[in-house]
Ligand binder design. Sequence first.
Ligand code: ATP
Ligand code: MG
Length: 373
Amino acid sequence: MLIRRLEITGVRNLSRACLENLSPINILFGDNGAGKTSVLESIYLLSSARSFRGHKLKPLVNIDMDSCVSFAEIDIEGLGYQPVGIKRFKASAKPGVIKVAGQHVKSASVLAENLPLQVINADTFQLLEGSPSVRRQFLDWGVFHVEHQFYSVWKSAQRCLKQRNSLLRHARIDQPQLAVWTSELVQHAELIHGYRAAYFTQLVPVFEKVLDRLIDLDGLQLAYFRGWDKDRTFTEVLASNQQREQEQGYTLSGPHRADLKLRYRASNAADILSRGQQKLVVCALRVAQGYLLSQLTGKSCVFLVDDLPAELDFRHRKALCGLFEELQCQVFVTCVDHNDLVGCWGDDTSISMFHVEQGKISEVVAGGFAPAP
Ligand SMILES: Nc1ncnc2c1ncn2[C@@H]1O[C@H](COP(=O)(O)OP(=O)(O)OP(=O)(O)O)[C@@H](O)[C@H]1O
Ligand SMILES: [Mg+2]
């Protein structure tokens, strides 16, 4: 279990809330607007230093406060449970403060490394119907956690792209400079593609198995596109794009154009699957990443599932809950009515229940509600 205790100050309507007795499965229930998603948002802050509901800090921080804090005790590999905290200020010019095990940390990637996290919410439909960048982020999440070199190579490729695009925008292009950045970009692009392709090859069979447990969608196919023509080298593609790139002022192909394609019966899956089917496919993709992470690294990840019952009938809710139990990861699930999840979990599963009401959180213990400290 990665998170043992959670303290939230000033995130949306949660002026001050504390969740003490966390379990592998944690259910947060309550009326609309109570603050359930805000609890998930606070956990997400601990993994990425930002919200999953947009980049603006002003709406994230409680209307009457200047800053928000999310603090937790997190099981860090080799160190045991350690305090991890993040403070963000409403004034966006003021940098946030990140502390891990008592030390100030500069990069949010340290948070992501210590707390691998998967979110399943209304936005996750974007994984099927959104732009390629959403699917790239999904793929790169996995690559980041299993391939330690990936992040630095990815950052270098971003730098090359920026430099190259800036040269391409000039009226008179500095060709020698362009050749330097092109050559560097090619090297990084090949590495990124190598990491992504290796990860993708391992993900596919796990995804197929997980999907099979959730829903019968025989014929659903997941494919990886590297961002440039599969039959030519990246150097050849860049050479043939030269004229158009100079006209348009940016790099047309490359790892920044990679994508995952999901097809079902010769159509784009997003165009043909029902809402519930789409949710199950997205869940299968994310749960598969959780399985693969633990297989390849021994690490487990935390799942944040906002409104789990939405779109799913009882049989499919139960199948999804069963997968989470099997994965032995920690899960935070929200729902309006906790009765919607009755019968979905095994008898021996450790579950904590929290009632969220107007920004206050009470742990539900046998026989009634106990206010959280
Ligand atoms: N910056 C803020 N300061 C204070 N309150 C806020 C702020 N931003 C949002 N809120 C309020 O905080 C509450 C947080 O809602 P949240 O989305 O967490 O609710 P929820 O329990 O997930 O509801 P639903 O079931 O409708 O999804 C809402 O009532 C919202 O109006
Ligand atoms: Mg919500």
